[in-house]
Write a protein that binds this ligand. Sequence first.
Ligand SMILES: [Fe+2]
Length: 261
Amino acid sequence: MKFLQVSDIHLGAPGEKINGCYPSERLRMCFEDIVSWHSDAEFCVITGDLTEFAEPAAYEFLKSIIKGFPIPCYLMLGNHDDRKVFQNIFDEYFQDENGYVQYSLKKENGVFLFLDTTKEGLNAHEGQLCNLRLKWLQNSLANAGDAPVYIFMHHPPFDIGVHYVDKIKLVEFEDFAETLKYGKNIKHIFFGHVHRMTSVFWRGIQFTSLPSLNHQIPIEPKSVGSEFCDEPPAYGVVNISSEQLTIHFNTFMQRNGLCQS
Ligand SMILES: [Fe+2]
């Protein structure tokens, strides 16, 4: 099976410039590329930071663009989102028994778990998995039994050596690691938040992240004299078979044919 990951789209109001780029335009370009070349994907997940300022107009724009997108699209929250504003606009969206935007999807190739790591409170940028959310994860892992499990989350539970994001990682990383022990067959964890392509092996599990669709975070801010940079955006093309997981990091805005002469 094939699915797609998009992350950190940081939408403002339609047409609004955010950190030097136009996120609504980039999302349109990304979805157009997906429709042209990967319309056979079973689903697309957006791993949080759907908006920059959690404005209703940004969520309304996202809702309208998804309506015209032919692939089922699963949405997740990040630290720039507001759960209440999101749930007002995406009313009756998936949620767990405590109102967090957490849900699971069962497919022939395994079980896909979508976590809500957004912390309660204004301007809280670090990640949170409270006991209620961890209990949901524990039950979901137990229910999956021996089936392959793939997890999506916005905040990573570890440092990646980039100060800007390391200081706002998942706070309850030890509790999360303990909860993962209830999973018998966790294959991979996909995350966002760090605005970079990274691959991390942590506590025996492989994780990968994607760049933002809008603005990236340099490994070394002094290299660009800024906390953000223009490294290319990408979406993930993920293929799963019984014996292999393949992830392509598709830098769709920098793909041009070359003259071979
Ligand atoms: Fe982000």
